[in-house]
Design a protein around this ligand. Structure first.
Ligand SMILES: *[C@@H]1O[C@H](CO)[C@@H](O)[C@H](O)[C@H]1NC(C)=O
Ligand SMILES: *[C@@H]1O[C@H](CO)[C@@H](O)[C@H](O)[C@H]1NC(C)=O
Ligand SMILES: *[C@@H]1O[C@H](CO)[C@@H](O)[C@H](O)[C@H]1NC(C)=O
Ligand SMILES: *[C@@H]1O[C@H](CO)[C@@H](O)[C@H](O)[C@H]1NC(C)=O
Ligand SMILES: *[C@@H]1O[C@H](CO)[C@@H](O)[C@H](O)[C@H]1NC(C)=O
Ligand SMILES: *[C@@H]1O[C@H](CO)[C@@H](O)[C@H](O)[C@H]1NC(C)=O
Ligand SMILES: *[C@@H]1O[C@H](CO)[C@@H](O)[C@H](O)[C@H]1NC(C)=O
Ligand SMILES: *[C@@H]1O[C@H](CO)[C@@H](O)[C@H](O)[C@H]1NC(C)=O
Ligand SMILES: *[C@@H]1O[C@H](CO)[C@@H](O)[C@H](O)[C@H]1NC(C)=O
Ligand SMILES: *[C@@H]1O[C@H](CO)[C@@H](O)[C@H](O)[C@H]1NC(C)=O
Ligand SMILES: *[C@@H]1O[C@H](CO)[C@@H](O)[C@H](O)[C@H]1NC(C)=O
Ligand SMILES: *[C@@H]1O[C@H](CO)[C@@H](O)[C@H](O)[C@H]1NC(C)=O
Length: 726
C-alpha cells in the first residue's frame, strides 16, 4: 500500500514533468500533396522506397492507414510490467502512453512520468530521507516501496506496536520519563533533576555519613525506570582516637563526626605546639592534633652548702634530691629534699647545714645542773633535786646530741611538804603525801572555797580555802514598835546584823532616804531604833550575816509636830510693820504652809491652833475682827521671808487688810502640814501690833513656853516653839 500523501506528491510531480508529446499538429500545404491528406495524427514521410514520394504514416502510437484513420494503440494492454518495467503503472494516452511509478517508487529521470525507452525505470523512494517522518524519537527504516518506524532508544511506542507506520497507524514514539528518582537513606541528591532517559542523578552521602559501597549515580534507563543507585552511606565513625606518646586524652567515646578528643600530656611532660584537640572529620578520620609532649627537665638541683646530695642524677619531674649535712653539721629547717616540679624548677630547700652546737641545756623545776659548760656534741649535764625536794623518777642526765639538741632529761623532783595544814572547824577526810581533803565538822558548813590542800612545788602546802561556818538559825518575828523601832527573834548567838532602809514619799518624788547600818548583838530579842523621817514609807531590810538570813519589813511614819520657823519682828518703829521669818529648811516643805492670823486684842478672842485649815470664825462669836491675812506655801518661801502686815496684797487668796487705826492686834503665824488624812499644826505669836491708818505700832509679845490667855478665851493647843523678838 502506498502512502496517500506520497501519492499526491508523486502525481503533482508527474504533471509538472510531463513531456509535450501531444503538441505539434502538422498542417499540409496548399498544393495537393499527399501529405495534405495525412491524418492529423499522421506524418508525411518520404517514402523509404526511393520513389521520392511521400506517404502518410500514422504517428507513433497510432495505427491506421495514415490518411483516413490513425487510431490509438493501447500500449498498456500488454501489461505495465512489460511495457513500463517493475513497480510501474502504465497510462495509455491517445496515440501514446506513459508510465508512472507505483507509490513508494519514483522514476529515475526525476520526472513525474516517463517513457521507458530512455532507460528510465522506477526505483524505490527512500522516505527516510524526509526528516521527522517517524516523528520525535522515531527511527525510520526504508523498505522496498515503503518504510516503517521504530523508536529510538529512550523512546517507547505509544498507540501501537513496533514497528509502526506513522500514517497508517496512530502510533508514535514518546520519550521515556523515569519520574521521581529513588531516595537513598542518608544520601542527598546532588545533580539537577532531569527525569528523561539517560538522565544521570548523582547522590552524595549526608553530612556525617560516608560512602561505603555501591554506585552513587542513578540513570534513567530506556525502560523508564531508574537504574541505581546502589550507594550505601554509612555513618562516619572515626573509631578509637590515635594515641600520642606521653599523653592521655579525654574522650566521651563519641566516634561520630564532630566528636572531640582533648589530649593532655602526662605528668612530667608539657605540651608543645598549638593544638591539643582531635576532631572526628567527615572523612571518618581523626584530625591529627599537632600535639607534642615534651619531657619536663629541671636541670641541676640547687646546692646547699656543707651538704651532700643523694640523687639518682635524673632531672625529670618528681625526681627527689635528698640533702644530708656533712659531718659536723646539722640540718636546720624542715625540708631536706628538693623535688623537680611540673614547672621545670627544683622546689626550694628550706634547709641549711649548721655547725652542731647544743646551746644551753634545759632547766628543770627544783633541779640543779652539774655541767662544765661544753656545748659540743657528746657533752653531758647531770641533774639533781634541790634542797627540800626529792628524786621521784626519770633520767637525770642530758647529752648534746648530733642534731644539736640536749636529750630531754625527765627527772621529777617532788617537794617535801610535811604536816597537812589544819582548817578551823574541819576534819581531814583523806590524804597522801601531796594531797589532803578536808570536811567541816558537825554543826558547821562551808559555803565556798576549795576543800583540798595540796603540797606546792615550793614545798609548802597550799591550804584549802574553805571556811567552816557555824550552822545558824535566821531572823524571825520582825516587827515595828513606837513607829521607829524594830525588834526580832534570833538564835541568841553572836551575830553581825546589817540594816538597810529605803524611805519614799508619794508627795515628793525626788525624795529618797537610803541608809545603811551595822551592829553586833548576842540578844535573843535584839532591837534597834532608827531615825526615821516623818510622813515617809520605809522598806527596811535586816540581814543576819553569819546566819545568812535576811528579812524585810515595810512601815509608815506619821507626821509629827509641824516644824515651826524662827520669827523676828525687825522694824518696830517703821511706818509699815514688817515681819521677818527665818525658816529651817525641812523635808516636809512640800506638804506644809504658813498662815498669818490677825486677831484683835480687844473683845473675846478664841483661837484654836488645830482649827481647820481655812478657819472660819463663828459669825455669832463675840470675838470680832479676826481674819486670815495670808496663806503662803512653805515650798515657795526661800530661806527667809519678809512679810508686811496690812500691805493690801493678796496671799494665797487672802486679803492682807490694813490694821484699823488705834486697835491692838495679835499677829499669829500658823504652820500646817497635811498628807492624806493626817495633819499637824504648830502656832506661834509673831507680834502684837497697834493699827494706825498708815503704820502699825508693835509691842512685842514674848512668852516662852507659855500659853497666852488673851481676851475672852484660852488659846487651846497653842504650841510655841519659836520666839518673837522686838
Ligand atoms: C489525432 O490524435 C490526437 C491524439 O493524439 C487526437 O486527439 C485526434 O482526435 C486525432 N485526429 C483525428 C482526426 O482523428
Ligand atoms: C561517586 O563515587 C565515586 C567513587 O565511586 C566518587 O569518586 C565520586 O566522587 C562520587 N561522586 C559524588 C558526587 O559523591
Ligand atoms: C630527710 O629528713 C627526714 C626527716 O625530716 C628523714 O626522715 C630522712 O631520713 C632525711 N633524709 C636524708 C637523706 O637525710
Ligand atoms: C666537759 O665534759 C665533756 C664530757 O661531758 C668533756 O668531753 C669535755 O672535755 C669537758 N670540757 C671541759 C672544758 O672541761
Ligand atoms: C641520777 O640517778 C641515779 C639513779 O638513776 C642515781 O643513782 C644518781 O645518784 C643520780 N645522780 C644525781 C646527780 O642525782
Ligand atoms: C596523792 O593523790 C593525788 C590525787 O589522787 C595524786 O595526784 C598524787 O600523785 C598522790 N601523791 C602521792 C605521793 O601518792
Ligand atoms: C570537796 O569539794 C568538792 C567540790 O568542790 C565536792 O565534790 C566534794 O564532795 C568535797 N569533798 C568533801 C569531803 O566534802
Ligand atoms: C505610803 O504607802 C501607802 C500605800 O502604798 C500610800 O497610800 C501612802 O500615800 C504612802 N505614803 C507616803 C508618805 O508615801
Ligand atoms: C562586831 O564585833 C566584832 C568583834 O567581835 C568587830 O570586829 C566588828 O567590827 C563588829 N561589827 C560591828 C558592825 O560593830
Ligand atoms: C528586801 O528588800 C531588798 C531591797 O528592797 C530586796 O533586794 C530583797 O530582795 C528583799 N528581801 C526579801 C527577803 O524580800
Ligand atoms: C501606811 O499607812 C497608811 C495609813 O496612814 C495605811 O493605810 C497603809 O496601809 C500603810 N502602809 C504600809 C505599807 O504599812
Ligand atoms: C528682810 O529684811 C531684812 C532687813 O530689812 C533684810 O536683811 C533681808 O534681806 C530681807 N529678806 C528678804 C527675803 O527680802
Amino acid at each position: 500500500m502506498a502512502l496517500m500523501g506520497i501519492e499526491i506528491i508523486a502525481i503533482t510531480f508527474l504533471l509538472h514533468g510531463m513531456p509535450s508529446i501531444l503538441k505539434g499538429t502538422r498542417v499540409a500545404g496548399n498544393v495537393f500533396d499527399v501529405c495534405t491528406t495525412c491524418h492529423p495524427n499522421a506524418t508525411c514521410d518520404k517514402k523509404t522506397d526511393g520513389s521520392g514520394g511521400f506517404a502518410c504514416n500514422c504517428v507513433y502510437g497510432f495505427v491506421g492507414n495514415g490518411r483516413t484513420h490513425c487510431e490509438d494503440k493501447d500500449e498498456c494492454q500488454i501489461g505495465a510490467n512489460a511495457i513500463c518495467g517493475d513497480h510501474t503503472v502504465c497510462h495509455n494516452t491517445h496515440g501514446s502512453f506513459y508510465c508512472t511509478c507505483l507509490s513508494g517508487y519514483a522514476p529515475t529521470n526525476n520526472k513525474a512520468i516517463f517513457i521507458p525507452n530512455d532507460g528510465t525505470y522506477c526505483q524505490d523512494v527512500d522516505e527516510c530521507q524526509f526528516q521527522g517522518i517517524c516523528g520525535e524519537g522515531g527511527l525510520c527504516r526504508n523498505t522496498d516501496g515503503d518504510f516503517e518506524c521504530e523508536c529510538q532508544v529512550g523512546y517507547r511506542v505509544q498507540g501501537g506496536t513496533l514497528p509502526f507506520h506513522p500514517v497508517r497507524e496512530k502510533a508514535f514514539c514518546k520519550a521515556v520519563d523515569c519520574g521521581l528518582p529513588p531516595s537513598v537513606q542518608h544520601a542527598v541528591q546532588l545533580s539537577p533533576l532531569h527525569t528523561r532517559y539517560g538522565s544521570v542523578i548523582s547522590y552524595g552521602c549526608q553530612k556525617g555519613f560516608l560512602w561505603r559501597e555501591g554506585d552513587n549515580s542513578s540513570v534513567c534507563a530506556p525502560e523508564g525506570k531508574w537504574r541505581g543507585p546502589s550507594l550505601i552511606c554509612e555513618e562516619v565513625h572515626c573509631g578509637e582516637p590515635p594515641a600520642f606518646p606521653h599523653s592521655s586524652f579525654v574522650w566521651d567515646r563519641n566516634t561520630r563526626m564532630g566528636a572531640e578528643v582533648r589530649y593532655e600530656c602526662e605528668g612530667g611532660f608539657r605540651h608543645v605546639g598549638p593544638a591539643s584537640v582531635a576532631v572526628c572529620t567527615a572523612g571518618g578520620l581523626w584530625s591529627r592534633p599537632s600535639l607534642q609532649c615534651e619531657e619536663i627537665v629541671c636541670g641541676k638541683p640547687p646546692v646547699v652548702p656543707n651538704s651532700q646530695m643523694l640523687w639518682n642524677r635524673h632531672t625529670s619531674v618528681g625526681t627527689n634530691v635528698f640533702y644530708e649535712c656533712e659531718e659536723g653539721y646539722h640540718k636546720v629547717g624542715t625540708g631536706n629534699i628538693s623535688v623537680c616540679t611540673e614547672n621545670g624548677l627544683w622546689s626550694e630547700v628550706s634547709f641549711i647545714c649548721k655547725v652542731v652546737t647544743c646551746g644551753d641545756p634545759p632547766l628543770l623545776p627544783h633541779a640543779g645542773q652539774v655541767w662544765n659548760g661544753s656545748i659540743t656534741v657528746g657533752s653531758t649535764v647531770m641533774y639533781y633535786c634541790n634542797g627540800g625536794f626529792y628524786y621521784v623518777t626519770g633520767t637525770n642526765i642530758s647529752e648534746c646530741s648530733a642534731d644539736g639538741y640536749w636529750t630531754k632529761p625527765t627527772v621529777t623532783c617532788e617537794a617535801r611538804c610535811g604536816h597537812v595544814p589544819e582548817i578551823a572547824n574541819a576534819e581531814l577526810v583523806w590524804d597522801n603525801e601531796s594531797t589532803a581533803i578536808h570536811r567541816c565538822v558537825d554543826g558547821y558548813y562551808s559555803q565556798s572555797g576549795i576543800n583540798m590542800s595540796m603540797c606546792g612545788a615550793d614545798g609548802r602546802w597550799q591550804a584549802a580555802t574553805m571556811q567552816c561556818r557555824e550552822i545558824r538559825h535566821g531572823i524571825s518575828h520582825l516587827e515595828v514598835f513606837n513607829e521607829r523601832c524594830l525588834r526580832w527573834v534570833s538564835d541568841g548567838k553572836k551575830e553581825d546584823y546589817k540594816v538597810v532602809l529605803v524611805g519614799r514619799r508619794d508627795y515628793q518624788k525626788s525624795f529618797v532616804d537610803t541608809r545603811r547600818n551595822a551592829f553586833n548583838s548576842t540578844d535573843f530579842r535584839p532591837q534597834v531604833c532608827l531615825k526615821l523621817l516623818p510622813a515617809t514609807n520605809y522598806t527596811i531590810s535586816i540581814t543576819a550575816v553569819l546566819a545568812s538570813s535576811s528579812i524585810n519589813i515595810t512601815t509608815n511614819t506619821t507626821i509629827q509636830a509641824a516644824p515651826v520657823p524662827e520669827v523676828m519682828f525687825r522694824d518696830v518703829e517703821g511706818p509699815v510693820p514688817t515681819l521677818w521669818l527665818h525658816r529651817s529648811v525641812h523635808t516636809l516643805d512640800p506638804i506644809c504652809l504658813y498662815e498669818v492670823f490677825v486677831l484683835p486684842v480687844e473683845g473675846t478672842l478664841v483661837f484654836d491652833c488645830n482649827s481647820p485649815r481655812s478657819p472660819h470664825f463663828p459669825k455669832d462669836s463675840s470675838c470680832h475682827g479676826e481674819y486670815v491675812a495670808a496663806q503662803i506655801q512653805v515650798r515657795d518661801v526661800g530661806k527667809e521671808l519678809n512679810f508686811t502686815v496690812g500691805d493690801e496684797q493678796h496671799y494665797g487668796g487672802f486679803y492682807n487688810a490694813p490694821l484699823e487705826n488705834g486697835k491692838d492686834y495679835y499677829i499669829i503665824l500658823r504652820t500646817v502640814c497635811q498628807w492624806g488624812q493626817n495633819s499637824k499644826h504648830s502656832c506661834v505669836i509673831w507680834a502684837k501690833a497697834r493699827g494706825t491708818s498708815y503704820r502699825m505700832r508693835m509691842s512685842a509679845v514674848v512668852a516662852a513656853g507659855t500659853i497666852a490667855v488673851i481676851g475672852c478665851v484660852v488659846l487651846i493647843g497653842f504650841f510655841y516653839t519659836g520666839y518673837v523678838k522686838n
